[in-house]
Design a protein around this ligand. Structure first.
Ligand code: SF4
Length: 352
């Protein structure tokens, strides 16, 4: 189906933001989790899970979010859907701010999430039909059962065979199809896929990825696709956002980042990616060691303890996320790209 033949899911919420308005705008999002201890369970320290994250997602776009475990990508996803309460920052969905004109109920209708663990995501006591119809019924949408059957067919599960089965009676790939159908049953505008294909076998993963790509095209969906697998992110995404220790370090069009990683951390992630093509192998050594403790992240650039280009300025001054002059829309937070940073190698081509 071509982009001009895009349909919408039944009862899709109307576009309130208007033309040209990004579907999602996140401004300076922050979430710290207390680490409690002692006999009174008082907060002893704070884990800085998400610290000043800003980005936007256009209508119909797929944004891939990558980074090591613990970088804050899943916490960001949970903040976006209201499963975790933000400490600071703004979430503007379809032109309306959360807690302002936008209620949590409306946000949860417009944004749906598919998790990695397909089994834990489903209620084992509900049949597949009941699971898919449940949310639509709670939201008072028309014909939840008819909607469930239609979506089951669309994701490749014959309702006559699967409607009355329970989650433990189907395979992992089929369960993830059920979770996708369940998310779509709410007629969302944005679907967050948090490691949604990571637990699947490679052949099943490819089928589910193709299904997601088809659904996006057919229904004009917008995706946030979180994964540690760069190849999978490349397949599904228009842009990539890279997180490190709760911060955004690089964001840009997928082709721009694929051809030139501007941040040393992104370069290291790519160098760790297996490739059969000798021309595709980078000479950058893969990252060594674990990320620093998020309770007490390094001052200045948080990556300086693992960066081979780190200079004294990196230990005291946090880099700004700046657009690279050569590629519009490609931003990186590294002193090497800021001529005014004071880094002795700033502006030298080919370093990072
Ligand atoms: Fe490395 Fe300094 Fe750039 Fe941070 S700011 S990534 S430490 S060169």
């Amino acid at each position: 189906m071509s982009a001009t033949e895009t349909t919408t899911l039944p009862d899709s919420p109307e576009d309130k933001g208007g033309p040209g308005q990004a579907l999602l705008i996140v401004k300076d999002l922050r979430k710290y989790f207390p680490v409690r201890g002692g006999i009174f369970g008082r907060a002893q320290a704070m884990v800085q899970a998400v610290d000043g994250v800003s980005f936007s997602v256009e209508k119909g776009e797929a944004l891939g979010i990558v980074g090591e475990s613990g970088c804050g990508k899943s916490t960001t996803a949970r903040l976006l859907i209201g499963l975790t309460e933000k400490d600071e920052g703004e979430i503007i969905f379809d032109g309306q701010g959360l807690g302002d004109a936008l209620s949590l109920r409306d946000l949860r209708r417009g944004v749906q999430m598919v998790f990695q663990d397909s089994y834990a995501s489903l209620n084992p006591r509900l049949t597949i039909e009941e699971s898919i119809a449940f949310g639509a019924r709670v939201q008072g949408l028309d014909d939840p059962v008819g909607r469930a059957h239609s979506l089951m067919s669309r994701v490749g599960l014959d309702p006559a065979r699967f409607a009355s089965r329970y989650p433990h009676e189907v395979s992992g790939g089929q369960r993830q199809r059920i979770n996708i159908a369940r998310a779509l049953a709410m007629s969302p505008r944005l679907v967050i896929l948090d490691e949604a294909v990571s637990a699947l076998d490679k052949s099943v993963e490819a089928q589910v990825l193709n299904l997601l790509a088809d659904l996006r095209e057919e229904f004009g969906l917008t995706y946030i696709f979180i994964s540690h697998d760069l190849n999978v992110v490349r397949y599904i995404s228009d842009r990539i956002l890279v997180m490190y220790l709760g911060e955004v370090v690089e964001v840009g069009p997928v082709d721009a980042i694929w051809s030139r990683q501007a941040h040393p951390y992104t370069r290291s992630l790519f160098s760790a990616m297996p490739s059969m093509d000798p021309d595709n192998r980078t000479k950058t050594p893969p990252l060594s060691g674990d990320p620093p403790n998020p309770i007490d992240p390094p001052k200045g650039c948080r990556f300086h303890t693992r960066c081979r280009f780190a200079d004294s300025v990196c230990k005291t001054k946090a880099p700004r996320l700046m657009e690279l002059p050569q590629t519009p829309g490609h931003l990186a937070a590294c002193h090497l790209h800021d001529p005014a940073s004071g880094h002795p190698k700033a502006g030298q081509e080919g370093l990072a």
